[in-house]
Design a protein around this ligand. Structure first.
Ligand SMILES: NC(=O)c1ccc[n+]([C@@H]2O[C@H](COP(=O)([O-])OP(=O)(O)OC[C@H]3O[C@@H](n4cnc5c(N)ncnc54)[C@H](OP(=O)(O)O)[C@@H]3O)[C@@H](O)[C@H]2O)c1
Length: 310
């Protein structure tokens, strides 16, 4: 897919090196195991790799992509606030990018994002950090300006709605999944119209990768009157996607759902498991879910904009 106005050509499946797994680093994988996972992704045709200073996986990505940088799109990020809560300055950001380039073993990063920006932080980002990013671009240190949202805290996309309308950023990363499709109209459609490249995060996260977590989330929705018992059963609420509509699993359905949404360019998948990586890349390459499956998912969750599935 061409990533909006950046002109960068990326695989539809992108490897996410953060999230709950951080390439397995979150649960004890060795550095060489995580490097092998990134190499495996490249071997099977994944060309978009997303990391961040905060994930502690930039060094791993740098080692895995050294020597095969051509054709690989590297994406990383810096928070707009410091650990002590003070806003990051233009000079801080330039310093952060130097560290990222060093760890990634490259002279120029393809997409550099402001990471997890809230609506309250957005004005500072535009005033102080966008001009800094434009200068860094002129210096040849980054190709495209990106911004990512704090989906769990901003599930209705208030920050990204503004960012897409303003057009300062070439690429956005947005939370989107079956449980909260609100990005479709509010973010993805206007981003496409504006030529902004889109990266999907949270395609499965916890709620769509663990049966117990999904049952808990759906039971909560039912209790609050958001989901009708006729639409989804209490036991195995999304099991119908497998039993009636041929999905290999709920996870498979969840990635296919995102991949075939209009305006979704790259779907990120985060994992520490080579088997999951292969399954997920296959899912992202698979056809759309049948219309009847999509209709039922829409009846269940189509109007919700307050969950992240985190
Ligand atoms: N604000 C931000 O900028 C922000 C926030 C969050 C994420 N991100 C980026 O977006 C990427 C994607 O998000 P995510 O990592 O949360 O991705 P995700 O793909 O929605 O969820 C990944 C989780 O699901 C599990 N999983 C994956 N495949 C599975 C399978 N086939 N079967 C069962 N479980 C499976 C993984 O555990 P296993 O390790 O066991 O596979 C992992 O914990 C991140 O890695 C990061 O790069 C950015």
């Amino acid at each position: 897919v061409i990533l909006g106005r950046t002109g960068l050509q990326a695989s539809r499946a992108g490897l996410g090196c953060g999230g709950h797994s951080r390439l397995g680093q979150a649960y004890g994988a060795s550095e060489s195991e995580s490097i092998a996972l990134v190499e495996r992704a490249l071997d099977i045709g994944v060309t978009f790799i997303d990391t961040a200073f905060a994930y502690g996986t930039e060094e791993i990505v740098g080692r895995a992509t050294a020597g095969r940088r051509g054709g690989v799109i590297l994406s990383s990020k810096a928070h707009p606030r410091r650990a002590d809560g003070r806003p990051v300055s233009a000079a801080d950001l330039a310093r952060f990018l130097e560290g990222t380039l060093r760890r990634l073993r490259t002279d120029c990063i393809d997409v550099y994002h402001l990471h997890g920006v809230s609506l309250a932080e957005y004005d500072h980002c535009v005033r102080e950090l966008v001009p800094a990013m434009l200068r860094l671009r002129e210096q040849g240190k980054l190709r495209a300006l990106g911004i990512t949202e704090r989906f769990a805290a901003d599930p209705a996309h208030r920050m990204l709605e503004r960012a897409v309308a303003d057009g300062h950023f070439d690429v956005i990363m947005v939370g989107y999944n079956m449980l909260n499709p609100s990005a479709r109209d509010r973010v993805l459609a206007p981003a496409r119209a504006a030529g902004i490249g889109t990266l999907i995060m949270f395609a499965v996260r916890r709620a769509l990768s663990r049966a117990d977590e999904l049952a808990r989330v759906v039971a909560g929705l039912r209790e609050q009157g958001h989901v009708d018992a006729c639409v989804l059963p209490e036991h195995d609420p999304l099991g119908f996607l497998v039993s009636e509509h041929g999905a290999a699993s709920v996870v498979d359905a969840a990635y296919r759902y995102c991949r075939h949404t209009d305006g979704a360019d790259v779907v990120l998948t985060g994992t520490g498991s080579a088997a999951h990586l292969l399954e997920n890349v296959r899912s992202i390459a698979a056809p759309p879910l049948p219309p009847a499956a999509l209709e039922r998912v829409e009846r269940a969750f189509g109007k919700l904009d307050f969950l992240s599935g985190n």
